[in-house]
Design a protein around this ligand. Structure first.
Ligand SMILES: CC(C)(COP(=O)(O)OP(=O)(O)OC[C@H]1O[C@@H](n2cnc3c(N)ncnc32)[C@H](O)[C@@H]1OP(=O)(O)O)[C@@H](O)C(=O)NCCC(=O)NCCS
Length: 348
């Protein structure tokens, strides 16, 4: 449990922070020593020296970089970091994350400049999500990411959260593995290029209609069953910033819903959950018709074969893998169906 003082994530993190002897330079010297026994004593001294340099560099960095809570005043700088990384979230997405968890978002600062960010979003005490884990390219591999994660995990432990999840990029995965996160499932980011066709295939767009206030009860229940925790506040806020929020079927009991919203680089399709395959396709068709933006991003759980097939049929291509990872016991398993589209890697 994360709430335990001796949890393995915490002690492993401390171990990583203390170690400074795993740099590539040292590995190269160790390799040379093995193949040149005559030079071995000299190389041994070089190896020790490079270890000490790496250690002092890491310590100096630790001292110069400070971590603190993110505030409204950090939003623009944090968004600039996001822009440099090419991520699709907007300033509004960042503001929402801070609004949802004002004490649980952090920045790393060096010389008054924001060089790293991390956000947390709690869904009760059973589950929390970590997102926007970013370190400026010029400051990576200096332990900043690990420290930011440590800060986020400490905050969540103090809040008594049992299980923490995130959607890791290939760059983030080794950092999280070192902290004890384990892979749970995989997703793929699909994108329809800006030169792609805006005409959607002839799937039945009919059958979906605009969400009304009266639909929220059904929508909350559908999302809860698929995601495993209630996130009503987040969903309403996302809906507020969306281009379109639709439910299916247009008449009778609502069994599915979905939305599309603007992103920094492309529109973002999701979340989208529907117990009927016909309904899922109808929602995708209708939402893509509403975007007006040829470039659309869609994060698909790999287990959802029909979503994958639909993405291909609608002219999307895979752009990068994501790994859903977990720290702590699985607290939200239940009667789950795979969503057609997640809400955002930063919130699950
Ligand atoms: C992922 C990221 C946040 C890591 O931040 P960081 O400050 O570089 O991480 P740390 O210095 O704390 O790295 C900790 C350890 O993770 C591992 N690690 C970090 N980056 C790695 C990489 N590119 N390849 C392999 N291992 C890596 C290493 O074991 C490293 O320890 P070491 O440097 O002593 O070998 C940063 O690389 C980044 O912002 N990447 C681009 C955005 C991104 O993908 N974010 C993750 C979203 S899920």
């Amino acid at each position: 449990m994360l709430s335990g003082k001796d949890d393995s994530g915490e002690s492993r993190m401390r171990e990583i922070c203390m170690s400074g002897s795993t740099r590539e330079g040292e590995a190269a010297v160790i390799g040379l020593r093995a193949s040149h026994p005559v030079l071995s004593p000299l190389l041994y001294r070089v190896e020790r020296l490079s270890g000490r340099i790496a250690e002092s560099f890491r310590k100096a960095t630790m001292e110069r970089v400070s971590l603190r809570r993110m505030t409204e005043a950090d939003l623009l700088a944090s968004d600039e970091l996001r822009r440099l990384a090419g991520w699709n979230q907007t300033l509004g997405d960042l503001r929402r994350l801070l609004w949802l968890e004002p004490r649980g978002c952090f920045v790393a600062v060096e010389n008054s400049e924001v060089v790293g960010t991390v956000t947390t979003t709690t869904y009760g005490q059973a589950l929390a999500w970590i997102g926007m884990m970013l370190v400026h390219a010029a400051h990576q591999r200096r332990g900043i990411g690990t420290r930011l994660m440590g800060q986020a995990l400490e905050y969540l432990r103090d809040r008594g959260v049992a299980c923490v999840k995130l959607d890791a990029t290939p760059a983030g995965r080794p950092v999280y593995e070192k902290l004890g996160f384990v892979p749970e499932s995989t997703l793929t980011r699909w994108q329809r290029p800006s030169s792609g066709k805006t005409q959607t295939p002839d799937a039945a767009a009919a059958g979906a209609r605009e969400l009304t206030d009266a639909d929220w009860e059904a929508v909350d229940a559908i999302d809860h069953a698929a995601f495993g925790a209630s996130r009503a506040c987040l969903l309403r806020s996302l809906a507020h910033d969306s281009r379109a929020v639709l439910v299916w079927p247009a008449q009778g009991r609502v069994v599915g819903w979905g939305m599309v919203r603007p992103g920094a680089n492309a529109d973002y399709l999701g979340p989208l959950v529907c117990s009927s395959e016909e309904g899922s396709l109808s929602l995708v068709t209708a939402l893509l018709d509403r975007t007006g933006n040829p470039s659309v991003i869609w994060d698909v759980p790999d287990k959802n074969e029909s979503a994958k097939a639909a993405a291909q049929r609608f002219g999307f291509a895979p752009v990068r893998p994501l790994t859903r990872m977990r720290l702590g016991p699985e607290m939200v398993a239940g009667d789950r169906q795979n969503p057609f589209a997640i809400a955002d890697p930063a919130v699950g």
